[in-house]
Design a protein around this ligand. Sequence first.
Ligand SMILES: [Mg+2]
Length: 250
Amino acid sequence: MAWVIDLDGVVWLAKREIPGSADAVARLREAGERVVFVTNNSEATLSDQEANLAAIGIEAEGRVITSAVAAASILDVGSSALLCGGPGVREALEAREITVRSEGPVDAVVVGFHHDFDYETLRAAHRAVWQGARLVGTNNDPTYPTSDGPIPGAGSILAAVATAAGVEPEVAGKPFTPMAELVRELAGDGPHMVVGDRPSTDGLLAAELGARFGLVLSGSTDGEDLEAEEVAPDRVADDLAAMVAAELAD
Ligand SMILES: [Mg+2]
């Protein structure tokens, strides 16, 4: 089986390992399972994500798919884009030989989470869409979890640009088709098991893939929210370690 494992709230919280997650990944690999990591975090580069995983004992080179890579995947090789995001988006665009500009006209405006978003960036992004660029969001999560509570996420920045431009954005990350396509390419044919902490993204990605959904309570969702969620998990566990133990025991 291929396991598709979310990072924030599953493997780590604020880059600190959720206890047992590295051992759980090791158990999966010993059992012959394929493992792919998926994240809607578009700010970090792939090498940063791989290094952060290596730092907690998970070898993941070439096994991480970010929403930045998903966003770049739907743009033509050699096209141009206005960057309204962080280093991970820049890296993903440049990997497809997409020319990155700070002013339109361009083929696409790519919006992702970044801390230095300001009115000038919003003005340039709006202007480029007004001139005819596609509006592409890495993801539309309204908030991003931190150890100090939620902060505005990429979806909030994307909403600002979309509101100004009066267009519906294309969204690339979980749970949308571009991310699902990349998962299929990297993880191979099913069956798949998606493990995540958010039914609204991870659960819907599982549905998109026709996969089982394992919900862990180590991140954004706590047990009391479950009744209100639209995607029923196939299994609920406290964390990745408990999820893997239960699945391998079946
Ligand atoms: Mg998560």
